[in-house]
Ligand binder design. Structure first.
Ligand code: DAH
Length: 365
């Protein structure tokens, strides 16, 4: 009896080992585990029947059964480990990952530069008021930049210190002198170009880059301006004031007021500088209980730009295009985009806009 049981145990070992080694997947091996080692398996049955054997045989049968059980267990584990590794290998090579897809969470795709955003805000406001947006050349003729804007020949704005002059390229007419081509010092030259191109009425703004030999916290050699020009019959300084007020209220809030102070520009007569009431202190110059407003320095007003009624001498340069100084009048204005952006976003140094440090730029997303 004991002899037979021991023989059967080793047969079980042989049969089970063959099946386990031939197993092709982890799930199938779990079934084999139940078949050969489970509660209802033959081996378990033999172990349970040990109590009914002769005492002398119990040790041998029990020992063999337990040894075979352990061996089968080890063979199963080894085969399962082998198959899991192979299964992982296949899934890694078939379920390949597309590393060009965006990661999770998806990174922000960047955004417009604060100067571009401010420029577009101003454009939107002015388009809403019926203005067209024009652009002009950054490399400009002295004629449009100065002469046709009524700058006399000896005007200091023409000085080499203020202006980047450009050597005309090869093939330029011999009479084009060194100082006749320059990087525009303001966007105003487009006033004359626009009037040359179309008769009145004309309502247009010119945003764009301008250049001067300047560099400090509030000036950079390249900066941006917006020029505005309105020409039609019967335009007055009151129209200028109303237009600037409407624009500034859109940019700085509906409670803003505007102030104009007498000034001088060669191409406007009369000329003014215009200020907006401070949006931080509401124009009082004071914050809270008597502290001086640090934005307007306690003045209540913030200086923004220049403006005025178009000087009849400027119309004189475009009389043939339909701008008779006796029948049309107009106003013009100009201001810096950086200054508006600095004020709106509390940026203290204009040069930060052009350092392109993402830590600054990301704050405007
Ligand atoms: N072009 C002037 C400047 O750069 C700004 C300016 C002043 C523009 C008065 C105007 C104006 O159109 O009327 O300083």
């Amino acid at each position: 009896m004991g002899q037979k049981a021991t023989e059967r145990i080793f047969e079980i070992e042989a049969e089970a080992t063959v099946e386990v080694e031939a197993g092709e997947n982890v799930a199938g091996l779990e079934e084999l585990r139940v078949k050969w080692l489970g509660r209802k398996s033959e081996l378990t049955g033999i172990l349970r029947g040990i109590a009914g054997l002769e005492p002398a045989e119990r040790g041998l049968v029990g020992g063999s059964a337990n040894k075979v059980r352990e061996k089968l267990e080890a063979t199963l584990e080894a085969r399962i480990a082998e198959l899991s590794a192979a299964e992982l290998e296949t899934s890694l090579s078939t379920d390949s990952i597309d590393v060009t897809l965006p990661g999770s969470p998806v990174r922000a795709v960047g955004h417009l530069h604060p100067i571009t955003r401010t420029r577009r805000l101003i454009e939107d406001v002015m388009i809403g008021l019926g203005y067209q947006v024009m652009e002009g050349p950054e490399v400009e003729h002295d004629f449009y930049n100065f002469t046709a804007l009524n700058h006399p020949d000896d005007h200091p704005a023409r000085m080499l210190q203020d202006t980047f002059y450009v050597e005309p390229g090869g093939g330029a007419p011999a009479e084009v002198g060194k100082q006749d081509v320059l990087l525009r010092t303001h966007t105003s030259p487009m006033q004359v170009r626009a009037m040359e191109a179309a008769p009145p009425p004309l309502f247009m703004i010119v945003p764009g880059k301008t250049y001067r030999r300047d560099s400090d916290a509030t000036h950079s050699p390249m900066f941006h301006q917006v020029e505005g020009l309105a020409v039609a019959e019967g335009i007055t300084l009151a129209d200028l004031k109303g237009t600037l007020l409407a624009m500034l209220r859109e940019i700085f809030g509906p409670d803003r007021e505007i102030r104009m102070r007498p000034h001088f520009f060669p191409f406007t007569e009369p000329s003014v500088e215009f200020d907006v009431s401070c949006f931080k202190c509401g124009g009082t110059g004071q914050l809270g209980k008597g502290d001086r407003c640090n934005l307007c320095k306690g003045i209540g007003w913030i200086e923004l730009g220049g403006a005025g009624m178009v000087d009849p001498n400027v119309f004189g340069f475009v009389r043939d295009a339909g701008y008779d100084p006796d029948s049309v009048t107009g106003f013009a204005f100009g201001f810096g985009i950086e200054r508006i952006a600095m004020l709106r976003h509390g940026v203290g140094d204009l040069r930060l806009f052009f350092d392109n440090d993402v830590r600054l730029l990301e704050q405007f997303s």
